[in-house]
Design a protein around this ligand. Structure first.
Ligand code: NAD
Ligand code: UD1
Length: 351
């Protein structure tokens, strides 16, 4: 009988791609999600893609009775923990919601794991824990910095909490995965990022301009000390990111303690480079205008992914062209996200 991997937040963007990667690699998964930023249609599509039933429970990580019930009914070996609120802008307006959901929710989850003798955990952290980097590329050994918003501070607090937990009890094995900028979608076009309301991140904004939901793209800042004055980021394909979780789970099985891994490509692109690549790949021109710098943005940020290469045997395989092609396939096949009835993908027109 295969043991189960519990995926919290598995109906969300990165969680659903990771669920797919785990199922394809032979894992038995159980998704726990309260659907506060996702929907059941995502689970239905995962079932279509994998031709299997995907165990799903609608519920909250802050519900200890539910967690104990889940741990008693399923033979859970490890938890991959995505469940979190993730809007930087909202976290500034509603910090208590972010500390309660993200930090207290992780506490509830870890307490339930300990009560039920489950000690393997992979946690979704973020490059935001580095704050303003003194140099690039960023390696794990530079240490953490000062995140500039409550969302980022929840990630840093959770990293510290999980480090203390590992120090206190040698049975724990915990992987903190620091994602750089996840974009892209599964190549089927059936699952992808489906932000509620007006998006804040670059790629969702850009594709919504391309399909006409937003009239023009705002480019925040043109005077950064970068190649063309716009900010540089390390964009990573969500499928590569998902595979990173699979590798982390494998390594955690035989290596107790706390582990930190950057998941990025090691290559940075500016906002203008992203816009022009999108235009070249899709043949769609993107109206944009410059606006002042966005509060909290840093000029450049890209990863040194060498530690994940050495310790996980992982490196990103998908380049920018595939990231953009797959993002656009998802968006054009699903103009209203998961509310759209799925259309068979047409080949992307290349100029
Ligand atoms: P997402 O919002 O698509 O997925 C998060 C999922 O968690 C959603 O389905 C939501 O309904 C669920 N959820 C939230 N609170 C919950 C709770 N209390 N109980 C149960 N379910 C709950 O976000 P994502 O982009 O897939 O991000 C996944 C994780 O990765 C998050 O922890 C996020 O902070 C982190 N992360 C994301 C990015 C990014 O750019 N997307 C970058 C760095 C880190
Ligand atoms: C942001 C968050 C970060 C979080 C990450 C994933 C901030 C300051 N940082 O990272 O904490 O972990 O999202 O959710 O919010 N841009 C535009 N126009 C747009 C949107 C973005 O020019 O409409 C620019 C931004 O100024 C930035 C780059 O595109 O330079 C990438 O932005 P974004 O996708 O929001 O990611 P980050 O800011 O890197």
């Amino acid at each position: 009988m295969r043991k189960t991997t519990l995926i919290t937040g598995g109906a969300g963007y990165i969680g659903s791609h990771t669920a797919l990667a785990l199922i394809n690699a032979g894992h038995k998964v159980l998704v726990l999600d309260n659907l506060c930023n996702s929907c059941r249609e995502c689970i239905r599509r995962l079932e279509q893609l994998t031709l299997t039933r995907v165990d799903f429970i609608k519920g909250d990580i802050r519900d200890p009775v539910l967690l104990d019930d889940i741990f008693s009914r399923y033979d859970i070996e490890a938890v991959v923990h995505f469940a979190s609120l993730k809007s930087v802008e909202e976290s500034v307006r509603k910090p208590l919601d972010y500390y309660a959901n993200n930090v207290a929710g992780t506490l509830d989850l870890c307490q339930a794991m300990a009560r039920n003798n489950v000690f393997q955990l992979v946690f979704s952290s973020s490059a935001t824990v580095y704050g303003e980097p003194s140099h690039t590329p960023i390696a794990e050994d530079v240490g953490t910095g000062k995140p500039v918003n409550p969302y980022g501070r929840t990630k840093l607090m959770i990293e510290e909490l999980l480090t203390d937990l590992c120090d206190s009890d040698p049975r724990w094995s915990i992987g903190l995965l620091r994602y750089f900028n996840p974009i892209g979608a599964h190549e089927s076009g059936m699952i992808g990022e489906d932000p509620r309301g007006r998006p804040n991140n670059l790629l969702p904004c850009l594709t919504q301009v391309a399909i006409g939901r937003i009239p023009e793209l705002t480019v925040y800042g043109s005077d950064y000390p970068t190649v063309d004055g716009t900010c540089v980021r390390d964009y990573i394909h969500v499928v590569d990111l998902a595979i990173g979780h699979l590798k982390a789970l494998q390594v955690l099985q035989h290596n107790n303690g706390i582990h930190f891994w950057n998941l990025g490509t090691g290559v940075g692109y500016s906002v203008l480079q992203i816009i022009h690549s999108f235009e070249d790949i899709t043949g769609i021109s993107i109206p944009y205008r410059f606006a002042p710098r966005r509060l909290g943005d840093i000029a450049k940020c890209w990863a040194d992914p060498g530690k994940a290469g050495r310790e996980l045997g992982w490196s990103a395989q998908r380049g920018l062209e595939q990231m953009i092609t797959d993002t656009w396939r998802w968006q054009s096949c699903n103009p209203q996200g998961y509310q759209s009835s799925f259309k068979i993908p047409a080949p992307v027109a290349v100029k």
